[in-house]
Ligand binder design. Structure first.
Ligand SMILES: [Fe+2]
Length: 418
């Protein structure tokens, strides 16, 4: 009798608790209007993924609204910078190689165009990432694009990680689509609301979805911990994320903009070995505010370790003044960690315009100098064809133009350790 009573009690407790859970979920849905969104036309690659959660019609990070709201944004703008003087005195400039030929080359390669903009050719398929080629009001570009942007012809895909001006510059996008009527944009969910002004050829994807692409390449949209806004009233109305491109037996991860989060482990579960990780490392100070939007260099290194990346390519530094840190601090920190053995794989600090070749049969070759250092026999270059410091009306003195041919006998990590 006692046994039956206790069974009944357990059963009623279970029923009541599940009723409460349903009621709680119902209230949550009613009050917060949580729903999940994905593109029904694209496959989802993560088992059990319901789609991206949305609260009150806005995208969120891990089921909670983004911490970066208008108040935090204003705080960031008004925050007194303790490194103001150090930032002012920092003479760091990213390396720059004028290079007009890579758009027509047939080699698979990664070319940094500055900030988060890259030209990638993998398996013969070409990509432009997060196009932003000009200065903005109060945000002057510190390094030129390595070639005339008229040369970006017959580009297959433009990938846009999220709608922030420094990643989705409308002027740059308009120019690309004006010159390339066959180019397709691969964008986050609802990103089409901006892309439709330039092209009809775009696909929107949610996290863990695979875009419908040419058979020789696979492109996946993956999470980041971030937010989005282009205008005053579109906060988080479009999704944000990162990309994984796979072709010819190689994987390139393009990290977009992100704070640190569990998403790196989730990505690692799906893609246990990443050949090249292009990771943001700048715009991380003040930490109290920026920690919800941008990873610091040590977190980028930690993320690369979680994702087991073979090559780490830093980006999102030295091009626009984003964070309060001195402009050379992110890359100095990356180099310090590398020299102290705190980073896995090879660290490849590219100069803007440097050809970072991807050769699936013979390993990787690097041409030109890295991290703004002059190419010289001392840092692994066989011959130095040209090294000059130019003064341009737009970018002033000190933009380094370097070129050289790297000694193929010298291992990549030995070169980047310099
Ligand atoms: Fe951003």
């Amino acid at each position: 009798m006692t046994y039956i009573n206790s069974l009944e009690l357990k059963l009623s407790f279970k029923i009541i608790s599940s009723m409460f859970s349903i009621l709680f979920r119902f209230i949550q849905v009613l009050l917060l209007s949580i729903r999940h969104m994905s593109n029904p036309d694209l496959p989802i690659i993560k088992e059990g993924w319901k789609g991206n959660p949305m609260v009150k019609n806005s995208f969120v990070n891990e089921d909670k609204p983004s911490d970066m709201n208008m108040i935090e944004f204003m705080k960031w703008r008004l925050y007194k910078n303790p490194q103001k003087q150090e930032k002012k005195e920092d003479t760091f400039k990213v390396g720059f190689v004028k290079n007009e030929s890579f758009p027509e080359s047939e080699n698979d390669m990664i070319i940094w165009l500055g900030h988060a903009s890259f030209f990638i050719r993998l398996g013969g398929v070409t990509f432009l990432t997060d196009p932003s080629y000009f200065s903005f009001p109060f945000r002057t570009r510190k390094v030129p694009v390595p070639c005339s942007i008229d040369r970006f012809k017959n580009v297959d895909y433009v990938v846009v990680s999220h709608m922030h001006h420094d990643h989705a510059d409308m002027r740059s996008l308009r120019k690309i689509f004006k010159d390339n009527d066959k180019t397709e944009a691969l964008v986050p969910l609802r990103g089409g609301m901006y892309m439709k002004h330039f092209t009809k050829r775009y696909q929107e994807a949610g996290w863990y979805q695979q875009y419908n692409t040419k058979p020789e390449v696979e492109v996946f949209f993956l999470p980041t911990f971030h937010w989005s806004r282009l205008h005053v009233f579109d906060n988080n109305k479009t999704l944000w994320g990162s990309f994984l491109i796979r072709a010819n037996g190689k994987t390139i991860y393009f990290g977009g903009d992100t704070a640190f989060g569990n998403h790196f482990s989730e990505i690692a579960k799906l893609f246990p070995e990443i050949d090249y990780a292009i990771m943001p490392v700048g715009g991380y100070k003040p930490r109290s505010i920026m920690k919800v939007a941008h990873i610091a260099p040590d977190e980028a290194a930690q993320a690369a370790a979680i994702m087991n990346t073979k090559h780490f390519i830093p980006m999102h530094y030295g091009t626009y003044p984003i964070g309060q840190e001195p402009s050379g601090e992110p890359i100095r920190e990356i180099k310090r960690m590398e020299s102290e053995g705190e980073m896995i794989g090879c660290v490849n600090c590219l100069s803007v315009g440097e050809e970072f070749l991807i050769d699936s049969e013979n390993g990787e070759q690097i041409t030109f100098a890295a991290c703004g250092e002059a190419a010289s026999p001392a840092n692994g270059y066989d011959c130095v064809r040209e090294y000059l410091t130019k003064e341009t009306p737009e970018f002033g003195a000190g933009v380094e133009e370097v070129s050289g041919v790297r000694n193929p006998e010298l291992p990549v990590d030995e070169m980047v350790a310099k």
